[in-house]
Ligand binder design. Structure first.
Ligand SMILES: C[S@@+](CC[C@H](N)C(=O)[O-])C[C@H]1O[C@@H](n2cnc3c(N)ncnc32)[C@H](O)[C@@H]1O
Length: 369
């Protein structure tokens, strides 16, 4: 058994903890910066394959007091590296220091590296670093050092279906969180009226199909001794959970034909081309007949696309959508501090989240009819 942390952006820690509990890790709980759980390699593999809203899964190798470089060296060296690392392990070390006496990140990194190599030399005179990679992170916060191993490799938002040239794309992890935070439930219609490269409808479709987001990508810990079998089991369990019959009416629309082309390409790459439709349609005159559902979107806002004027124009478009669709709920990620004033209505819920470094809120308006 080991201690793991599923790191998650501010605002998504509770969702990450809930996802872990859904995997049977009943003790998982939200902490600062993510969700903590204890388990073995198979649990870490399951978390990597299945979590939709976390950034990466780290194994905590140890934590100890460190206000001097000597303490950092001795504390690191005392950890069970001989059990964890094979003889040829590659050991890249990254670091961060927050409100700590040990302020130099690069010094902390090299001291931790030296301590690990010193320990491994008790087993063999040379440490060739030619084998599997075991990325170590040293995080010094106040007077405490926490040493972790990254089990994910590429961050978990990299599901493998996205081509990285969309304008202001939304991270897949945050798109999945918007779907979780909305009133939409699989089976009901969902439309992203400003869908850009299509991340929200695609993440919703994966959720509707119960398709694990990490099924078709690799994880760095797959090459660790014994871990290949954990991933084989985690993937086979996840494949058994897929339900192909639950895609009602999930769609996106946008006025940018280049973005729509990208959205369709992402749908193909995600194996969802038959299930999710994308339309060239201005949100200003969008009207969707038939059963009610949920609008979920991240309209243009803040520093990345346009300025306040464009942001406010988009919020007014959402107002129009609400007036024309009283039976639909609306969920919008937005950084505009005056969102509710411009929209002309107080949101029913508005949890705060970060989109990168930008503080936003997820405004949800329940259906009225
Ligand atoms: C922040 S981006 C959305 C990014 C998207 N969530 C993604 O995953 O790539 C905002 C989108 O709103 C679209 N947009 C702006 N005004 C629009 C309008 N009147 N009708 C439809 N789409 C609009 C833009 O073309 C842009 O693609």
């Amino acid at each position: 058994m080991a201690e793991f942390v599923a790191s998650a952006p501010f605002g998504l820690e509770g969702i990450a903890a809930r996802e872990l509990r859904g995997l049977g890790l009943r003790e998982a709980s939200a902490i600062n910066g993510g969700a903590a759980f204890s388990g073995g390699g198979l649990d870490a593999a399951r978390a990597n394959v299945n979590l939709r809203c976390a950034d990466r899964i780290r194994m905590v190798v140890g934590r100890f007091g460190a206000t001097t470089f000597d303490q950092l060296f001795e504390g690191t060296k005392a950890l069970p590296w001989l059990d964890l690392l094979p003889r040829d392990a590659r050991i890249p070390v990254s670091g961060k220091c927050v409100r700590a006496q040990l302020m130099s990140v690069s010094d902390c990194q090299s001291i931790v590296k030296k301590a690990i190599v010193d320990k491994l030399r008790q087993r063999a005179a040379t440490v060739p670093e030619t084998g599997a990679s075991f990325p170590v992170e040293v995080s010094v916060r106040g007077g405490e050092a926490v040493i972790t191993l990254d089990t994910s490799g590429d961050a978990l938002h990299r599901r493998g279906y996205r081509t990285w040239n969309g304008e202001a794309p939304l991270r897949e992890t945050l798109a999945a969180a918007l779907v979780h935070l909305s009133d939409w439930r699989p089976g009901a219609p969902l439309r992203d009226p400003m869908c850009g490269s299509g991340t929200i409808p695609l993440e919703a479709a994966l959720i509707a199909q119960r398709r694990a987001p990490g099924l078709s990508r690799a994880f760095i810990s797959e090459s660790w001794p014994g871990w290949r079998d954990y991933y084989a089991q985690a993937r086979s369990e996840a494949s058994e959970r897929i339900r192909a019959d639950n895609l009602s009416n999930i769609s996106g629309s946008d006025i940018d034909s280049g973005a729509l082309e990208l959205a369709r390409r992402h749908a193909r790459q995600a194996g969802l081309a038959e299930s999710v439709s994308f339309h060239n349609q201005n949100a200003s005159n969008l009207t969707i007949p038939g059963p009610s559902g949920a609008f979920i979107c991240n309209p243009p806002y803040g520093v990345r696309l346009g300025g306040d004027r464009e942001a406010e124009q988009a919020i007014r478009l959402l107002r129009g959508l609400r007036d024309r669709h009283p039976g639909w709920s609306i969920t919008a990620l937005n950084a505009h501090p005056g969102f509710e004033r411009v929209f002309g209505e107080k949101a029913d819920r508005k949890p705060r989240v970060y989109n990168g470094r930008l503080e936003c809120a997820v405004y949800t308006y329940r259906a009225r009819a």
